[in-house]
Design a protein around this ligand. Structure first.
Ligand SMILES: [Zn+2]
Length: 121
C-alpha cells in the first residue's frame, strides 16, 4: 500500500479545518503558515502548496493527532528552512528548541477550532 503518500495529500485539508486562520476560497484554503505566520494558500483536494508539520516531532513521541499538526509553507517545514530546521536546532540547542515547540503548540491551541461536521455526527 502507498498509504503514507495518500494520507499526506489529505492532511493539509484536515488540519486547516481545525485552524481558525484558514478560510475556504473556491477549491483552496487560504490562511497562515503556523511557523512563519505568512500568508498561505493550497489546494484543498491535493494539499499542493502546503506541508503538514508535526509540532512535537514523531522522533520525540509526537502524535498524529490534529492538535500536534500545523499547516506550513513547504519551505518553512524543510530541513533547510530558516524558521524551523528542527533536527539541527534540536541537536545544537535542545532547550531553545523545546521553547520553540512549546510556542508553536500554544499558537496551534490558540488558533484551534472544532472541525465542521455536516450531516454526520
Ligand atoms: Zn511559513
Amino acid at each position: 500500500m502507498s498509504g503514507p503518500a495518500q494520507l499526506s495529500a489529505r492532511m493539509p485539508d484536515h488540519t486547516a479545518q481545525t485552524d481558525s486562520t484558514f478560510t475556504p476560497q473556491g477549491g483552496s484554503w487560504v490562511g497562515k503558515c503556523l511557523i512563519c505566520g505568512g500568508p498561505l494558500r493550497f489546494g484543498a483536494a491535493t494539499g499542493e502548496g502546503a506541508d503538514v508539520e508535526h509540532i512535537v516531532p514523531r522522533s520525540l513521541g509526537g502524535s498524529h493527532g490534529l492538535r500536534n499538526l500545523g499547516v506550513t509553507h513547504p519551505r518553512c517545514n524543510s530541513e533547510e528552512g530558516r524558521n524551523w530546521d528542527g533536527g539541527r536546532r534540536r541537536r545544537r540547542d535542545p532547550e531553545r528548541y523545546q521553547r520553540m515547540v512549546e510556542r508553536l503548540l500554544a499558537k496551534r491551541a490558540q488558533q484551534w477550532r472544532e472541525p465542521a461536521r455536516d450531516g454526520n455526527s
